[in-house]
Ligand binder design. Structure first.
Ligand code: DQQ
Length: 574
C-alpha cells in the first residue's frame, strides 16, 4: 500500500474511533425521523439553565449571524421549531439590549425556495455601507446540494428587523463548482472588505481529508467569484465547518472591525472540525497581497492545536460589537445526555455565555472572558480570603445558591514547587492525563480547585481543578473539568475534559472562575487562557441541595487568597 493510501485509511480509522468514543455526542446532522417533529409535551425544568441562552423549548444548535445593529444585539440560531432533536432547521431570532435579557421574535429564515427547500443552515451577517445588514447562509437545494444564499431585511427601519426576504433574483449566489464537493460546502463567514474594493468571505469545505476554507470575492455582494487558492487549508483535518476569520489587536482588549488590516494586529483563524467536534484556532498573519493566511508556528495547526474551549463548545462565531468596541464570541454547548432524554426533557442545547476575545500579550493565544453585562445578574455575595486548604481538605463556600452561581477563586501555590509531580513527556494529551489523574488521585501541588454541583455527601460532584507538574524547562499546568462523578444517572456522556494552561507561575497565583447554571459548569482558567465547558445532569445536587466546595488533594497545602461568589439572578430568557 502506498503511503498516501495508508494515511487515508489511518485517517478514516481515527475518525471512526473518535466517533465511537464520542458515542453520545450528538452530531448536528443526524436525522431522527421518529422524533424530529415530535413536539414537547412538557418542558422539564430540573436541568434547565437560567442565565445561559436558550429557547423556551426544543432543539437549538449553532449560533448564526450575531450582530449589533442600531443599539440592539441580534442573535439568530439553528432551531428545530417542531422537536427536541436536530431537524426542520430554521433561523430563529432573539434580540437584546445587553446580551443577557432576551426577547424571542419569529424565525427569519425557513425553507421556502428551491435554493433552501431542504434546509436553512448556518451563516453570518455583515453590515454593509449605509448601515445595511445582510445575511449569507447555506441552503440545501432541491438536489440536496449545499449552496450559499443571501437574505436582507424587509424593512430597514424596523428596529427589530423582524422580517427578512430571500430575493429570487441572484439566489443562490454561490454554488459548488466542479472541484468543490457540493455536500461539503457550507457556513459562509462575515465578509471583510479589501483595499482593492472587493468583499471577501470564506466557505467551509473539504477535499478528501483536507479541510479547506474557500475564499470568494465580490464587488457588489451579489456576484461572487471563487479565488484560485483557498485562504487556508490543512491536510488530514476533515471537513471544516463554521470557519471564522478576524483581526486581533497586538495590545489591549479592544476588538477590531473584521475588515481592518495593518501593522499592529494579527489574525485569528478558527474552524469547527466535524470529525472531533471541537473548535480549533491558530493565530497568524493574513498576507493581503496574495490572500493567504499563514498560522504562526507557535501552536499546532490541526487536531492537537489550541481550542477556544476544551469541553462542550462547537460551531462558534464571533462578531465585532461596534458599540463597545469588542469582539464577542458565541458558541453552542450541546447536551451530553441521550437523545431519549432530550425528547423527554422537551429541549436540547444552550449557548455558552457570550465571551469577549482578545490576544494574549504573548501573541500566541487568545484570552476569553464573559461579557461584563453578565455581572448585572450578580446577587448575594460571599467572600473568603486567606484560607489554607491542607491535603485532603474541602471547604464549603456557603451562603450562595450553588446551583446558580458565579464564582471566582485565586489560589496561592506553595513557596516551593519542588514537591510537584514529575511530568512525563509522553503525556501529550491533556484529556487522557486528566482521565488518569482525576481529582481524587493525590498529587504534590494539586489537584486543587472547586467541587461544583456537589451533593452533600459527594455522591455527585463535578470537580474543576488544576494540577502542577515539574518539567525540565517550565512547570506544566493541567486544568480539568471532570464529569465522571457528576451524576448518578445512567446513559450520560461523562467526559473528563482538560487542557494545558500556558501560565507563568512566578507570582505563585492561579485563578479559576466557574459559571454554574444547573446543568452547565463553564470555567475560565488563569484569566481566560484555558476554558472548559461541561454539561452535567445531577440528580441529588439540584436547586437548594447543590453545594460548592474548594478542595485540595495534593500533599502541599494551598492557600485560597480570595473567593468571591455571587448567587446569580435569572434574566428574561426568551
Ligand atoms: N450545523 C449546521 C451546518 C454546520 C453544522 C446545520 C455545524 O451548517 O456545518 O445545522 O454544527
Amino acid at each position: 500500500m502506498d503511503i498516501s493510501k495508508f494515511l487515508s485509511v489511518l485517517f478514516l480509522l481515527c475518525s471512526l474511533c473518535l466517533e465511537c468514543n464520542n458515542v453520545v455526542v450528538k452530531a448536528s446532522h443526524k436525522v431522527y425521523p421518529e422524533f424530529q417533529s415530535l413536539s414537547a409535551v412538557e418542558v422539564k425544568q430540573i436541568h434547565r439553565t437560567r442565565f445561559h441562552f436558550q429557547p423556551p423549548k426544543h432543539w437549538m444548535n449553532d449560533p448564526n449571524g450575531p450582530m449589533y445593529f442600531n443599539g440592539l444585539y441580534h442573535f439568530f440560531y439553528q432551531y428545530n421549531p417542531k422537536g427536541a432533536v436536530w431537524g426542520n432547521i430554521v433561523w430563529a431570532h432573539s434580540v437584546s439590549k445587553d446580551l443577557i435579557n432576551w426577547e424571542a421574535l419569529e424565525p427569519i429564515i425557513y425553507p421556502t425556495k428551491p435554493f433552501d427547500k431542504n434546509g436553512c443552515w448556518s451563516g453570518s451577517a455583515t453590515i454593509l455601507p449605509g448601515n445595511k445588514p445582510i445575511i449569507l447562509y447555506t441552503g440545501i437545494d432541491t438536489q440536496n446540494q449545499q449552496v450559499q444564499n443571501y437574505a436582507i431585511p424587509k424593512n430597514y427601519s424596523d428596529p427589530y428587523l423582524r422580517e427578512w426576504v430571500k430575493p429570487n433574483k441572484n439566489n443562490p449566489i454561490m454554488v459548488a463548482d466542479e472541484i468543490v464537493n457540493g455536500s461539503a460546502f457550507r457556513d459562509p463567514t462575515t465578509a471583510w472588505f479589501g483595499k482593492d474594493g472587493h468583499w471577501r468571505i470564506l466557505v467551509g469545505s473539504r477535499r478528501k481529508n483536507r479541510g479547506i476554507a474557500h475564499l470568494y470575492k465580490s464587488k457588489d455582494f451579489v456576484n461572487w467569484v471563487k479565488a484560485k487558492h483557498p485562504l487556508h487549508s490543512k491536510a488530514k483535518t476533515g471537513m471544516w465547518e463554521c470557519p471564522d476569520f478576524y483581526p486581533v489587536s497586538l495590545s489591549g482588549k479592544n476588538g477590531l472591525d473584521t475588515s481592518l488590516v495593518g501593522p499592529n494586529l494579527k489574525h485569528v483563524f478558527k474552524v469547527s472540525l466535524d470529525v472531533t467536534r471541537s473548535d480549533y484556532y491558530t493565530v497568524g498573519k493574513y498576507h493581503t497581497q496574495i490572500d493567504r493566511y499563514v498560522p504562526d508556528n507557535t501552536s499546532v495547526d490541526g487536531w492537537d492545536g489550541l481550542r477556544y474551549d476544551y469541553g462542550n463548545f462547537y460551531a462558534s462565531k464571533s462578531f465585532f460589537d461596534a458599540g463597545k468596541k469588542r469582539r464577542i464570541l458565541w458558541g453552542w454547548a450541546n447536551e451530553s445526555d441521550s437523545t431519549k432524554n432530550d425528547v423527554e426533557k422537551g429541549w436540547a442545547g444552550i449557548q455558552a455565555i457570550p465571551r469577549i476575545v482578545w490576544l494574549d500579550s504573548s501573541g500566541k493565544q487568545v484570552l476569553q472572558w464573559s461579557v461584563e453585562e453578565l455581572e448585572t445578574l450578580r446577587g448575594n455575595k460571599v467572600h473568603i480570603n486567606n484560607q489554607q486548604v491542607k491535603k485532603g481538605e474541602h471547604v464549603e463556600i456557603k451562603g450562595i445558591t450553588a446551583a446558580q452561581v458565579d464564582v471566582e477563586v485565586t489560589f496561592l501555590l506553595p513557596k516551593s514547587l519542588d514537591n510537584a509531580e514529575e511530568f512525563d513527556a509522553s503525556w501529550v494529551n491533556a484529556r487522557d492525563l486528566c482521565g488518569l489523574k482525576g481529582s481524587k488521585v493525590q498529587g504534590g501541588v494539586g489537584p486543587f480547585g472547586l467541587l461544583t454541583l456537589a451533593s452533600s455527601h459527594l455522591e455527585e460532584y463535578t470537580p474543576v481543578f488544576f494540577r502542577v507538574f515539574k518539567a525540565p524547562k517550565k512547570h506544566v499546568v493541567l486544568m480539568c473539568s471532570d464529569a465522571r462523578s457528576s451524576s448518578l444517572m445512567d446513559g450520560l456522556y461523562k467526559p473528563s475534559f482538560a487542557g494545558f494552561v500556558d501560565v507563568d507561575l512566578t507570582d505563585r497565583k492561579l485563578s479559576l472562575r466557574s459559571l454554574i447554571d444547573h446543568s452547565v459548569v463553564e470555567s475560565f482558567g488563569a484569566g481566560g487562557k484555558t476554558c472548559i465547558l461541561s454539561r452535567v445532569y445531577p440528580t441529588l445536587a439540584v436547586y437548594n441541595d447543590a453545594h460548592l466546595y474548594a478542595f485540595n488533594n495534593g500533599t502541599e497545602s494551598i492557600t485560597i487568597e480570595n473567593v468571591n461568589a455571587w448567587s446569580m439572578n435569572s434574566p428574561r430568557m426568551n
